[in-house]
Design a protein around this ligand. Structure first.
Ligand SMILES: *Cc1c(COP(=O)(O)O)cnc(C)c1O
Length: 337
């Protein structure tokens, strides 16, 4: 057994038993291997280093109430990586290879999955990079696909904690027809500067507007935007430059299952003050309630800074219930390892 203090886990890198690694050469993937050294010996002209041929994913495995470990919606992440690989001209990872690689990495590190009841989970980070040397600008001819895993702690101990957000006016994270809808590291590099500035100003999350007109809400830097209207409708922006979040998709389905109306549509910034609840959603934390949003001199208060709204809490509890095998998994989201 591994010796980890599950109660003090945060969200940070830690060595585990191994990661799994596949290499694409001569038009096909290797059989993959389990590698214990957390280093990669790479050509200095690798295309990921120079031209940003890189895409990644993020998903989780949970130790369920019955003791079994299950992965949450790996096919959905696999489909997204297929799209990322296409858009960045990288070697195709099929959904089948993706799911098998993820299961293999989790199986090999099963004792790193936090016990049921600790609120922790195993974070899974698949990574696809161009590793072939490429000086002229063109897709590389060699790729490496890695799946690494890491135990992470409960983000919220004792209830959801609402935060305030800042609207980013001086920068955009994506262009109107750019790569905003593709999960690539470049989008993160593009948002770090504004993120650090927002953090210094006391805002843990930043909200981006549509890059063309800055009149519609897009998403937070690393998580989607969702709102609950005063009459209980789930609203989330529909935009080409928003990353299709698996968590958002899951929450929309759960909201519909609970009998709520779900709207995916352009969301004007001016509509913000009419919402009853707002949240940032993504795999790492499921949903972070946002109680206040600042844009320039204007501060828009949405909800009580002390507690999560009732609808968000219900959605959050339902997702977690399904992930930990406490509520029925009627959509077949949880995959055995
Ligand atoms: C990964 C990511 C999200 C969240 O997606 P999930 O699949 O829910 O984890 C949201 N926005 C951006 C920009 C992302 O990169």
């Amino acid at each position: 057994m591994v010796n980890i203090d599950w109660s003090s886990l945060g969200f940070q890198y830690m060595d585990t038993r191994c990661h799994v690694r596949y290499v694409w050469r001569d038009g096909k993937w290797s059989d993959g291997e389990e590698v214990s050294e957390p280093y990669l010996n790479m050509h200095i002209a690798a295309s990921c280093l120079h031209y940003g041929q890189e895409a990644f994913e993020g998903l989780k495995a949970f130790r369920c109430k019955d003791g079994k470990v299950r992965i949450f919606r790996p096919q959905a992440n696999g489909e997204r990586l297929v799209n990322s690989a296409r858009r960045t001209c990288m070697a195709p990872v099929s959904v089948e290879l993706f799911v098998e690689a993820v299961r293999r990495a989790v199986r090999a590190n099963e004792d790193y999955v936090p016990p049921y009841g600790t609120g922790g989970s195993l974070y899974i980070r698949p990574l696809l990079i161009g590793t072939g040397p490429q000086l002229g600008v063109a897709p590389a001819r060699e790729y490496t696909f890695i799946v690494m895993v890491m135990p992470v702690g409960a983000y919220y101990r004792g209830g959801l904690k609402p935060v305030r957000a800042l609207v980013v006016e001086d920068y955009d994270r994506a262009a109107p027809r750019g790569m905003g809808d593709v999960k690539v590291g470049g989008n993160y590099a593009a948002s770090l500067y504004a993120h650090e500035a927002a953090k210094r100003a006391g805002y843990p999350v930043e909200l981006y507007l549509d890059p063309k007109t800055h009149t519609y809400i897009e998403e937070f830097a690393t998580s989607n935007f969702l709102a609950i209207t005063k009459d209980g409708t789930y609203v989330t922006p529909d935009s080409h430059s928003v990353l299709p979040s698996v968590t958002n998709n899951t929450l929309q389905q759960i909201a519909a299952d609970l009998g709520m109306r779900v709207e995916r549509r352009p969301v004007p910034f001016d509509e913000l003050e009419s919402f009853a609840e707002v949240a940032a959603c993504g795999t790492a934390v499921v949903a972070t309630p946002v109680y206040e949003i600042t844009r320039g001199d204007k501060v828009i208060t949405i909800s009580d800074p002390e507690t999560s709204g009732p609808v968000l809490q219900k959605l959050y509890d339902t997702v977690q219930g399904i992930q930990y095998g406490v509520l029925p998994d009627k959509h077949g989201w949880c995959v055995d390892i």
